[in-house]
Design a protein around this ligand. Structure first.
Ligand code: AMP
Ligand code: MG
Length: 353
């Protein structure tokens, strides 16, 4: 594999004006969101509706129904609150994959209708790549290793030879799904990640000398890959065996975040990169952020993370990538706009800087 030694330089993207407003529609899983960027790629606010199952996980068809029920009102609210008139819209970008088929199809249909009605280009984008590009554009890093930690995905990614390559990833469930499942078993509603973070912090505050003794969990690293379902079961067993819930939340975070950071560090070393970027909803977690900073600092590198509304799934990140594709002449014909449930990060050719 040839490494692009010059690296990209997204400064050049930032200074180019695509003109007008680019809308971005996100609907890969539990979130339906419409956001936007201006011609220079500066994001506006995303307007979103979230599926919050009362029990169990997300049912794809029920989530799709939720998205279609909310799409019209979200679009109206977004346009009026962001002061965007239809004639300002220069293009419509949408998450083409990966994700849950029924959910993806709702976003794609809304995007196709808007682009046809307004007679503006349609741009299908890769959701995982959008997490990277919004981070690069907003954090000012150029050529990072991305630790993408979200509900359904956990991947360590770097740009090598014109594509974002997955250097390591989960072999079973996403880290966020694991946290949500653990939380659900304890009666904590979706999304469980923020509540686990809160409990872990409370445990540490009341036990400043907290030790992992008696709270050990399996370690998730397998070569460059990760696995979380064994840890989930072990953590559930600790609670079932009487360990305090807050203590287990703390131990769970320490184990799984350390595993992710270890793989990210090895990826930085192998790929010769000196920037780390965090993305995905789990990147909202302060403990994960701090572990990443410590690791990056220890190897004279930098750690970056976008503001929280740009970490979770959002329409503005889709618009961010849509703008880049547009600047590089990539539009999506209606006939090629079918959704791609299993689209891989490295299937998308990266033409922009
Ligand atoms: P996403 O799939 O990228 O929209 O992210 C949603 C996931 O992020 C869910 O699994 C949440 O539980 C998780 N999440 C959100 N905030 C936090 C947090 N502060 N700590 C850990 N996980 C979080
Ligand atoms: Mg995501």
């Amino acid at each position: 594999m040839v490494i692009d030694v010059h690296g990209p330089s997204c400064e050049r993207n930032r200074s180019r004006d695509a003109g007008g407003v680019i809308l971005g529609i996100e609907s890969t899983a539990h979130t339906f969101s419409i956001g936007w960027v201006n011609g220079l790629g500066e994001p506006g606010k995303s307007h979103s509706a979230f599926v919050r199952p009362l029990e169990g996980g997300i049912h794809p068809r029920e989530a799709a129904d939720h998205h279609s029920e909310n799409a019209g009102s979200i679009l109206k609210k977004m346009l009026s609150e962001e002061n965007i008139s239809l004639k300002d819209i220069r293009a419509v970008a949408f998450s083409q994959g990966p994700g849950l088929g029924p959910c993806l199809r709702v976003g794609a249909s809304v995007a196709r209708s808007l682009s046809t009605k307004l007679d503006v280009p349609l741009v299908g984008v890769n959701h995982c790549v959008a997490h990277i590009e919004v981070g690069r554009e907003r954090c000012g890093c150029d050529d990072p290793v991305l630790l993408y930690a979200s509900g359904g995905n956990t991947q360590v990614i770097a740009r090598l030879d014109g594509r974002y390559r997955v250097l390591g990833e989960t072999l079973d469930i996403g880290i966020g799904n694991m946290l949500d499942k653990f939380a659900r078993e304890q009666g904590i509603p979706f999304p469980g990640g923020p509540k686990i973070e809160k409990l872990a912090l409370e445990w540490l505050e009341s036990n400043p000398n907290a030790s992992l003794k008696g709270l050990e969990l399996p370690y998730a690293v397998q070569g460059m890959d990760l696995a979380f379902s064994g840890i989930l079961n072990a953590a559930l067993n600790l609670v079932a065996n009487g360990k305090p819930l807050a203590a287990v939340c703390w131990s769970l975070q320490e184990h799984v975040f350390a595993a992710c950071v270890e793989v990210a560090e090895r990826a930085m070393a192998h790929a010769g990169k000196s920037e780390l970027l965090l993305g995905g909803g789990v990147a909202c977690n302060e403990r994960l952020r701090s572990m990443c900073s410590i690791m990056a600092e220890s190897r004279d590198s930098t750690s970056h993370v976008p503001i929280k509304p740009l970490c979770i799934d959002n329409g503005s990140m889709i618009a961010t990538l849509g703008r880049l594709q547009l600047l590089w002449g990539e539009e999506t014909k209606l006939s090629a706009s079918g959704v791609r449930q299993d689209l891989r990060t490295d299937e998308t050719e990266i033409l922009w800087h």
